[in-house]
Design a protein around this ligand. Structure first.
Ligand SMILES: NC(=O)C1=CN([C@@H]2O[C@H](COP(=O)(O)OP(=O)(O)OC[C@H]3O[C@@H](n4cnc5c(N)ncnc54)[C@H](OP(=O)(O)O)[C@@H]3O)[C@@H](O)[C@H]2O)C=CC1
Ligand SMILES: N[C@@H](CC=O)C(=O)O
Length: 410
């Protein structure tokens, strides 16, 4: 098995190292060598410190994609359009493809699975959701024999790392983000991590597989954590909550709501125990029941482990059958099913907008006011997610700096 590796950054170098370290062991078991024969990078001159990779490097992707001796391409360069082109090219050339790239999978999953199946090749993406957690493979299997009704997860290592460091070590947001970047957790553009896009992509992938439905990335609403302040964190601690960025999909009859948003949770919740770059996903299916999967959601070795597991699956099972159906099952119910109390903090509130918010909350629905001086901070009574969306739109239209989070009591 000859492998062409696209990218030698956090994930690519992890794949390189695992295959190098385990080469002899894998050869004993499969009776064939799994060998990386070429590696695509952007900058050949970069110091990398990986043994004997220098002579394998190229900056020309077609040295890999047109190489007839290469059986499988691992895509770990990130980004969307270039990665999409290379993956399609490789599949059309009869190569299997394994990717860690959730951006490309979330956007082009249908086209790529169809192309792979038509070419009798595998297109696998275990590392794209939940880092090192074995998630996509069991979910694909379970979705064939279960009706799923809910997915809920902490799905971004970087944002969970930042929130943990702010809660537990009183770090500043930017300081914590910098460390997450140094540890290799963050995306090339960390806005994807902190604004919720990365979780939206992962949730779109999980929703597609679990519900075998017509919901796509555009149907996933998302909010991030970039506006959170140290004062918010202090308030959450006083209130007895911790804060997490959570992606959730809920099915009710023929409707589905898929949303990524910051959520305040009690310390009795299992999600509270998920710290740093760890992820956890909860799935509810009629046969499997309530399934929780937990592990390292980002980082070199854990993510590379998932990529190499896909390579092993190609060797052992072929994996050329596309088992994901697109049935016209659901209507997107937007944020309707996300009922709850909401924490809202607005900096430099003015009288007009305050009145408009009170109107939207129908006056009586403010549970209590935490502060009104430096920041205007309230907790609402139970409201529906779409009322909160209207408030968010108003605050954004006034150009105000604000942060909000849904409060989960269970
Ligand atoms: N980091 C993580 O924890 C996880 C990452 N992922 C996903 O894995 C993918 C890779 O992420 P990561 O390893 O962190 O990224 P890095 O930025 O660390 O590495 C990217 C690698 O790709 C190379 N590269 C980038 N663009 C090009 C290009 N246009 N042509 C040639 N080479 C290119 C870079 O070359 P050079 O070294 O010369 O700059 C580098 O080696 C992304 O899709 C990411 O979302 C998924 C799960 C976890
Ligand atoms: N940037 C991502 C990497 C893994 O998917 C994250 O922080 O979760």
């Amino acid at each position: 098995m000859k492998i062409g590796l696209l990218g030698l950054g956090t994930v690519g170098s992890g794949v390189f190292e695992i295959l190098h370290e385990r080469r002899g062991h894998l050869e004993k078991i499969y009776g064939e060598t799994i060998e990386i024969s070429k590696v695509l990078v952007k900058n050949r001159e970069k110091k990398r410190g990986i043994c004997r990779e220098g002579d394998l490097l190229t900056t020309n992707p077609y040295e890999i994609l047109d190489d007839e001796s290469i059986d499988l391409v691992v895509e770990a360069i990130g980004g969307i359009e270039e990665a999409y082109d290379y993956i399609q090219y490789a599949l059309n050339k009869g190569k299997h493809v394994v990717t860690a790239n959730k951006a490309v999978v979330a956007k082009h999953i249908d086209a790529l699975l169809t192309l792979a199946e038509n070419n009798h090749r595998a297109f696998l993406f275990e590392a794209s959701v939940g880092g090192g957690i074995p998630l996509i493979k069991p979910l694909k299997q379970c979705s064939l024999i279960n009706e799923f009704t809910e997915i809920k997860g902490i799905l971004n290592g970087t944002s969970n790392f930042i929130l943990t460091k702010m809660m537990e070590e009183d770090l500043d947001f930017q300081e914590a983000l910098k460390i997450a970047q140094e540890l290799g957790y963050a995306e090339a553009d960390p806005k994807d991590d902190i604004e919720g896009n990365d979780v939206a992509r992962k949730l779109a992938i999980l929703t597609t597989i679990a519900f075998q439905n017509n919901i796509r990335l555009e149907d996933v609403k998302y909010r991030g954590i970039s506006n959170i302040s140290r004062r918010d964190i202090k308030t959450f601690k006083k209130m007895g909550y911790s804060i997490k960025l959570i992606g959730k999909a809920i099915v009710q009859e023929k409707n589905i709501s898929v949303l990524v948003e910051p959520v305040l949770i009690k310390n009795t919740s299992q999600f509270d125990k998920v710290k740093n770059a760890y992820n956890m996903v909860l799935l509810k299916g009629n046969n499997v029941g309530e399934l929780r999967l937990y592990g390292e959601g980002a980082g070199k070795k854990a993510t590379a482990n998932a990529v190499v597991c896909d390579i092993i699956d190609v060797i052992t099972d072929g994996c050329t059958k596309n088992t994901i159906l697109r049935e016209e099952k659901f209507k997107a119910a937007e944020t309707k099913f996300f009922e709850g109390k909401y924490y809202i903090r607005v900096t430099e509130m003015n009288g007009d907008i305050k009145q408009e918010i009170d109107d939207l909350l129908k006056n009586k629905q403010v549970s209590y006011r935490i502060a009104e001086k430096e920041d205007f901070t309230i907790v609402t009574r139970e409201i529906q997610g779409d009322v909160m969306e209207d408030i968010v739109k108003k605050l954004a239209a006034y150009g105000l700096s604000f942060f909000y989070a849904r409060i989960e009591e269970e």
